[in-house]
Write a protein of this length. Structure first.
Lengths: 277, 502
């Protein structure tokens, strides 16, 4: 377990290329059988990252019909099971930015405002983004969101002229200017400090696991090695780094043997050996 | 009889007529209104448009693609006349180039209202990311605009220098020898402008055609389809501009040029329809998720009215100009040009809307729109902030900005036609225009630019097979006889004097 003193960039919404663990490759595994669809991670994400009203970096989709997500017309309602009574099934697909290994968004950004850090986290520079939304077009998963109007926060920013004065969630995630793109950044300030992203810490079902793919002993590496995981729509060639343990395949027991070894009672700090630079 | 020399009622210092002034004032007022709308959007954010996280692009990008296409098509019309020695287009090329230049200018401006942070546009030049098709499109739009201006200047050089001395720069020489030299340079430039015009619209097509995230766009047909539709809209736009100017008495298209351009329009409309059908057939057998859904929405779904308007107007336009009789009729050609423009405009809107209709992950509750949920005072939600399928209808503000851009296009076009020597044939040799006896008799107030015999023949031998003939009363009569559909406007002498001023 390691905690590093975090040095925030002078401009909190500027570039942050430097990673504390440049040799790491962060990834997330989500156990769909353990997700209860409570939206805790989404709400925690929204509050930690000061996401404006109407913008969500993290959503819980209700899987309808086709668990692979290949059928675009299969759009049931939220929390709506599929099948005929009594053979009903209900599965959730928690989604946030997949931090693809081959991200289409960074390729199309005309000004390189969105870029990939050495440790694989895809970032957005709110100081440079010109708001053309080409990255939203390029993302096959619609994970990016745009500040269409002046961002509205609850509670509201007391001093709208001074965006840095806002301290509700993470102080390094102040309200954004209007007209820029934002998305999940794996809570990179927390990760740089040796902490888990906030959604990992709050998940009551312990459905989310975060770790370093370059560390063979990390929980995500072990899960990838020992269970069958899928990615959402890998056919786009993006190599998403958010993996899913599909529902109903292993009876929900896939993780019971591995998980406790790694569990930190608070799930606050990164575990395993973090490769240092 | 191959060519009708043009009228050039453009003496320096001539003032606008009252109707012309009213038109300019009206256009200016609409431009100012568009600017006000843009400033309103800048201060309030793009939330005032109907675009949201699912409908990421809308009217502005559709307008951009329409204008870029029309500009590329107009340039293709202007250059093929030189490259393939089509003399009947020679006297129209300046109008085509000016139309093309105005259109690309407006296209470039149409990008700004689409940006969330337009004041950061300069990052494109200092932080360019070369893997982005958008950077290449910015480069090609700017480069094409610049070279379009150079090409226009090469065409106008000696006439411009005669009217505005400083605009001749260091090339004010209007001797026959200089004319010949610049004629060759201009012809060489046409060989550069034609592929550039193709590249312009291909790169614009690749902005969306290289995105696998949108199955409807991710197609090899996108660039050819953009080129064919660019030709349709470009030819239609040039034809419309020429016919309107002809109606105002500014120029005479000539029966041959009208037949050629409308025949070209018919061919490109047919190619465009063919590519649309080819795409639909491929989609119908697609195995990619979204292919079938995309085709379904296109043929019978929510986009069907856009798609069938596009197909229907193209078919009517094709029917109007497919026969020689139709191509000879000014009314048929004008209607076909208008329908061609409508068809391509619908094609652009349909493409943008259709490509963004369904997200790849359409599961409930969908994508967060980017605006808060609407809740009544008693707390009853009326509109969710999540959406699974896009339903896009531009707001009044988007319409205002697009109409403002169109008005700017009209304003620039009118000013150019008024102040630039577009009507003077290229081979006038820079001599003072020789008034035509018949025209001078009808309308003494107007100068008529006509080629000077001898000089025109000497100056154009390198690149014009037949020297532009001097317009004479006999020629006019001959045209009027051979082509009755041209009516009383078949010749210069027939233009009513009150139509001579814009």
């Amino acid at each position: 377990m390691k905690t590093t003193e975090l040095t925030y960039p002078a401009n909190p919404y500027g570039r942050h290329d430097e990673a504390t663990y440049p040799k790491a490759k962060w990834a997330m595994v989500i156990d769909q059988d353990r997700c209860i669809g409570c939206w805790s991670c989404s709400v925690a994400c929204k509050s930690n990252n000061n996401e404006p009203l109407g913008l969500w970096w993290n959503r819980i989709l209700t899987v309808a019909e086709d668990p692979t997500g290949l059928d675009v017309t299969a759009t049931g309602g939220i929390d709506e099971p599929v099948g005929e009574y009594p053979d009903l099934a209900l599965a959730y697909l928690p989604v946030n930015c997949f931090h693809c290994d081959n991200p289409p968004c960074t390729q199309v950004c005309p000004v390189a405002a969105t870029y990939q850090r050495e440790d694989g986290i895809v970032m957005v520079d709110w100081d440079r983004c010109i708001g053309c939304r080409y990255c939203l077009i390029a993302c096959p998963y619609n994970m990016r969101v745009f500040n269409w109007s002046v961002p509205e926060q609850v509670p509201a920013n007391a001093d709208p002229a001074n965006l840095d004065a806002y301290h509700v969630g993470d102080w390094a995630k102040p309200p954004r200017p209007k007209g820029v793109v934002e998305k999940c950044d794996f809570c990179y300030q927390r990760v740089d400090q040796g902490m888990q992203p906030f959604c990992i810490e709050v998940c009551p079902g312990r459905a989310r696991i975060f770790g370093d793919l370059n560390d063979p002993n990390s929980e995500v590496s072990q899960l990838l090695a020992h269970t069958s995981v899928t990615q959402v729509r890998p056919d786009f060639g993006t190599e998403p780094k958010v993996y899913y343990i599909p529902p109903k395949q292993t009876g929900g027991g896939a993780r019971t043997e591995i998980a406790p070894l790694f569990e930190d009672p608070e799930r606050r700090y990164l575990s395993g050996t973090v490769v240092e630079s | 009889m191959s060519t009708i020399a043009t009228l050039a009622p453009q003496a320096p210092g001539r003032r606008f007529s009252w109707a012309g002034r009213a038109a300019v004032a009206a256009l200016l007022a609409i431009v100012v209104y568009g600017l006000w709308s843009f400033s309103y959007e800048v201060s309030n954010g793009l939330g005032v448009t109907a675009m949201r996280n699912i409908q990421l692009w809308g009217a502005y990008i559709a307008a951009f693609m329409f204008f870029v296409g029309a500009s590329a098509g107009g340039m293709i019309v202007a250059t093929i006349g030189s490259i393939f020695h089509i003399d009947k287009l020679e006297h129209l090329s300046r109008y085509a180039i000016w139309t093309s230049l105005v259109t690309i200018t407006v296209a470039g401006l149409a990008i700004f209202p689409d940006l969330g942070e337009p004041q950061r546009f300069w990052h494109m030049f200092v932080d360019a990311n070369w893997t982005s098709p958008m950077i290449w499109d910015v480069i090609v739009v700017l480069g094409y605009g610049f070279f379009n201006l150079v090409y226009l200047w090469l065409h106008l050089r000696s006439d411009l220098a005669a009217r505005y001395r400083w605009l001749g720069f260091t090339a004010r020489d209007s001797s026959a020898r200089a004319e010949r030299r610049y004629g060759r340079i201009t012809l060489g430039f046409a060989y550069f402008m034609l592929p550039l015009a193709f590249g312009l619209h291909s790169i614009t097509a690749w902005i969306i055609g290289t995105q696998p995230s949108h199955p409807y766009w991710y197609s090899t047909v996108m660039a050819p389809l953009f080129i064919s539709s660019a030709l349709v809209s470009g030819i239609a736009l040039v034809l419309a501009v020429l016919l309107v100017l002809g109606r105002l008495g500014r120029l005479e298209i000539g029966a041959d040029a009208q037949r050629f351009l409308s025949g070209f329009l018919a061919v490109t409309v047919a190619i465009n329809l063919f590519l649309l059908i080819a795409e639909a057939v491929t989609m119908s057998t697609g195995r990619q998720p979204g292919d079938w859904a995309g085709l379904h929405q296109l043929l019978v779904g929510s986009d069907a009215w856009l798609y069938w308007t596009e197909i229907g107007t193209a078919l009517v336009a094709l029917a109007l100009v497919i026969s020689p009789r139709g191509r000879a009729s000014r009314r048929f050609v004008a209607t076909a040009a208008a329908l061609g423009l409508v068809s391509v405009a619908f094609e652009r809107i349909q493409l943008i809307v259709g490509g963004l209709r369904y997200p790849n992950l359409g599961y409930a509750p969908g994508i967060s729109l980017g605006t808060p949920s609407q809740v009544t005072t008693s707390g009853v939600p009326t509109a969710s902030s999540f959406v699974q399928v896009a339903h896009y209808a531009p707001t009044w503000l988007e319409w205002s900005i697009v109409i403002g851009l169109c008005a700017l296009w009209g304003l620039l076009l009118v000013l150019g036609v008024r102040f630039l020597p577009l009507g003077t044939p290229r081979h006038s040799g820079g001599q003072e225009p020789v008034p035509l006896p018949s025209a001078a008799a009808t309308s003494p107030a107007r100068d008529v630019g006509g080629p000077v015999p001898g000089i025109a023949g000497a100056g154009s031998e390198a690149f014009v097979a037949t020297p532009a003939p001097v317009l004479s009363g006999a020629d006019v009569a001959g045209v009027a006889q051979s082509d009755p559909s041209l009516g009383s406007r078949g010749g210069a002498s027939a233009v009513p004097p009150w139509r001579g001023r814009l």
